[in-house]
Design a protein around this ligand. Structure first.
Ligand code: OAD
Length: 235
């Protein structure tokens, strides 16, 4: 039996593509998911960017445009931001998502461990810029002025996720860890439940269906994020 949410001191939430699915953004591995139409090695690795930057840019330009033109936060994003505002204890929201729907819904402290679609980074200086335009191999970087030196500020396969120190710190102090809308395919995020368990936290999975790491969670509720997240995160 779980305690009421108000009795926890420090809550860490991890979200994945499933939280944005009902906002119209495709997940990666579901039927008709993003990776089904693309070879990951051709659009989401540093090698892909070296070999065919135009293809990589067109993949992320499409994602960025869809986010800017179509996607709106749904009830799952909104209920998490409302909960953060009302909860008296510590609350850390870690997302694997590169969209900004948590921020659009009003969440204050969002840790984007896989980067952000609305940012680009100079490969020469490492400087990050907010970015809403299409990126091409001809785009000049605002800092080094060299054409083609900007890349999406996204963590590609083979690269190290961002903010890991901050994330491990939050996980090591939480007494509740909730994983929402993620398949458990990609590490290190898929291993956060084990870390939370080792620290003695209660662990809960909220997902459409059991994830690959389902057995590591003490509790689980299954259904669409827009139903199960608001129903769980109501104080
Ligand atoms: P996946 O596409 O692997 O998994 C999405 C999960 O969301 C699945 O378990 C679905 O069952 C669930 N889901 C789908 N629709 C849902 C809904 N309406 N409500 C609740 N759950 C739903 O996406 P992630 O686990 O987020 O990384 O993928 C992790 C990482 O793999 C991504 O961040 C991305 C990708 O490669 C990078 O690009 C670095």
């Amino acid at each position: 039996m779980q305690k009421p949410l108000s009795e926890y001191n420090s809550i860490v939430v991890l979200t994945g593509a499933g939280v944005s699915a009902e906002s119209g953004l495709k997940t990666f591995r579901d039927n008709n998911g993003l990776w089904e139409g693309h070879d990951v090695s051709e659009v989401a690795t540093p090698e892909a960017f070296e070999i065919n930057p135009a293809l990589v840019h067109s993949f992320y330009n499409a994602r960025r445009n869809q986010l800017l033109e179509e996607a709106k936060p749904n009830l799952a994003h909104k209920s998490l931001s409302r909960f953060e505002a009302e909860f008296n204890g510590g609350f850390t929201l870690i997302t694997q998502n590169v969209d900004n729907l948590h921020e659009q819904a009003g969440s204050q402290n969002v840790i984007h461990m896989h980067g952000e679609l609305l940012q680009v980074r100079c490969i020469n200086t490492g400087i990050v810029f907010q970015w809403t335009e299409d990126l091409t191999t001809q785009t000049h970087c605002p800092c080094c002025k060299i054409a083609g030196s900007l890349r999406p500020n996204i963590v590609w396969f083979g690269e190290i996720p961002m903010h890991m120190h901050e994330i491990e710190e939050a996980l090591s102090h939480c007494d509740l860890f909730v994983s929402i809308g993620t398949s458990g395919n990609v590490y290190p995020a898929a291993g956060f439940v084990q870390l939370a368990n080792a620290m003695g936290a209660t662990t809960l999975e909220l997902n459409l269906e059991p994830s690959l790491t389902q057995s590591a969670f003490a509790f689980a509720h299954y259904g669409p994020a827009t139903e199960i997240v608001p129903s769980y995160f109501s104080i």
